[in-house]
Design a protein. Structure first.
Length: 301
């Protein structure tokens, strides 16, 4: 199958490479020349503009977007739309908000252009291990694209599926990432307790390796934790600053809207916010209050 990959960052380039290995024809576009050159070295063709990209494809065309969510995705679709014809399909493989996905699909429908959302998990390991794909869109369109999903997934019958209408793929991925926040926080807190128990001089990497086999808390995330602790047991040089890319916020917002108590996910999101506050007014005020009511000592900066 012929497919255009728009956005040749690390993940987009890896997905293109996996598709090439699966026998698909890939034409890539990225505004960065070095990214286009890299994908050519892997066996794909490239285009210097969206216009050139469209011209290199036979109708009906399939465009897989791997660009940052939000304004960049909107801008890419706005620029691409006048170049498309009825029967063409856009797949958004980024972490878009599902409401944006529904809006974009509705805007493209009068043009006869199909819109499919693919919640995509696998990160930098996807090239070797395959990607977990949560697909939203019209059933007939998704079925037509089955060869692409089967190639990108860990195996043709595992790790991917059509989960529902347009928007449902990104919605499912949003919740997936919210769960990920909670899992990461639990591992981090548990290992922190172990690290603070100086009496036993515990080897955190050894413990992670023990837990990887037979334990009820074993997981791929634990595998990655073990690898990180093996390479850097004391996490030297790692700043205690954790970013978030938005999906956790959206998950918490959805939980509030639906009246669902998502306590762990919400707490893990708030902890990420806390990690960025190097001059915490909250903690300073807490110290000041303790001093006011109890005369407790205030530690000076």
């Amino acid at each position: 199958m012929q497919i255009a990959m728009i956005g040749l960052g690390r993940m987009g380039a890896n997905m293109a490479q996996r598709l090439l290995r699966g026998g698909h024809e890939v034409v890539g576009f990225d505004p960065v020349e070095a990214a286009r050159k890299m994908i050519e070295e892997k066996g794909a063709r490239s285009a210097v503009s969206l216009e050139a990209l469209v011209a290199k494809l036979a109708a009906p065309r399939v465009f897989w977007l791997m660009v940052p969510a939000g304004a960049i995705t909107d801008g890419t679709i706005t620029a691409l739309t006048p170049l498309l014809a009825a029967g063409d399909t856009i797949i958004d493989g980024g972490n878009s908000n599902y409401r944006d996905t529904q809006r974009r699909a509705a805007a493209l429908k009068p043009h006869g252009v199909n819109y499919v959302d693919s919640g995509t998990s696998g990160g930098v390991w996807g090239l070797a291990e395959g990607y977990s794909l949560m697909i939203g869109g019209e059933k007939a369109v998704v079925e037509r694209l089955r060869p692409l999903f089967e190639t990108l997934a860990p195996s043709p019958d595992k790790g991917w599926g059509h989960v529902g209408a347009v928007g449902s793929g990104h919605y499912t991925k949003m919740i997936h990432n919210g769960i990920e926040y909670g899992l990461m926080q639990a591992y981090a807190e548990g290992f922190s307790i172990l690290q603070h128990k100086r009496e036993f001089e515990l080897d955190l990497h050894q413990i992670a390796e023990i837990w990887r086999y037979g334990s009820v808390v074993r997981s791929w995330l634990l595998d990655l934790t073990a690898d990180a602790l093996d390479k850097n047991p004391t996490l030297q040089g790692v700043a205690p600053y954790v970013v978030d890319s938005g999906e956790g916020r959206w998950t918490v917002s959805e939980a509030v809207e639906l009246g669902v108590p998502a306590i762990v996910i919400t707490a893990s999101l708030l902890e990420r916010f806390r990690s960025r506050d190097s001059d915490s007014f909250v903690d300073k005020l807490l110290a000041a209050m303790r001093n006011q009511f109890g005369g407790h000592e205030i530690k000076k900066e």
